[in-house]
Design a protein around this ligand. Structure first.
Ligand SMILES: CC(C)(COP(=O)(O)OP(=O)(O)OC[C@H]1O[C@@H](n2cnc3c(N)ncnc32)[C@H](O)[C@@H]1OP(=O)(O)O)[C@@H](O)C(=O)NCCC(=O)NCCS
Length: 182
């Protein structure tokens, strides 16, 4: 993480991949809307609407989601993920007393599938383990991201219909090792 986004623990894997982070500003809204739209493409692929209508709907959805997120989690970190000076996605995290909740992690499609998401999740898991916390995230049941989360050891905490609330917590021995290695 860069100086703008201080963290208690180094995000080693992200650093190794040349990733950087900065806080979102209003100037990023167009980019964030693009990131959001990229995550809704599959959902609307078969909808029998003109493309312009789909785009308008997804934009309204983005605006509502953005306002809802910010209102619900005023203390969250709203981060843009960067690589080589380019904005490649968004990572929204709120650090609660007992868990780190990933509000959203989305990369633009051209940056998916090459290990970036796994690196970010593992870094956050290490950070959480180091302070004895869990990590949680809502994932749609049919989202391919479910495979990644399961591979990393997340399990279903709650079935919420379309979504599962997934949770991971380090075994005590791993957490202790991480604390001692600091
Ligand atoms: C989920 C996401 C952040 C993972 O980052 P990534 O860099 O693509 O992931 P990695 O390359 O480290 O790992 C690959 C895994 O990511 C997941 N993945 C790959 N493409 C994906 C996509 N288009 N949508 C969702 N998950 C995807 C799969 O689980 C994949 O595992 P597999 O190889 O067994 O199929 C990224 O794919 C993405 O932005 N997806 C769309 C948004 C989303 O679904 N976010 C999660 C819910 S908040």
């Amino acid at each position: 993480m860069n100086a703008d986004v201080p963290l208690q623990f180094g995000w080693a894997r992200a650093a190794e991949l040349g990733l950087g982070f900065r806080r979102i500003t209003d100037d990023d809204l167009a980019f964030l809307a693009r990131v959001h739209a990229s995550s809704r493409v599959d959902e609307f692929a078969v909808a029998p609407w003109p493309e312009a209508q789909k785009a308008a709907f997804v934009h309204v959805q983005f605006n509502l989601q953005h306002l809802h997120f910010q209102k619900q989690h005023p203390d969250a970190d709203w981060l843009i993920v960067m690589r080589g000076g380019e904005d490649i996605g968004r990572l929204y995290i709120v650090r609660w007393p007992t868990q780190h909740r990933i509000i959203d992690i989305t990369l633009l499609p051209e940056y998916r599938g090459t290990g970036t998401g796994e690196a970010l999740l593992r870094d956050l898991m290490d950070e959480a383990a180091g302070v004895g916390k869990a990590v949680s995230i809502h994932v749609e049941k049919h989202n391919p991201a479910m495979r990644l989360c399961r591979r990393l050891g997340f399990t279903v905490e709650e079935d919420e219909g379309l979504y599962n609330l997934l949770r991971w917590k380090a075994p005590r021995t791993t957490a202790l090792k991480l604390v001692r290695s600091r």
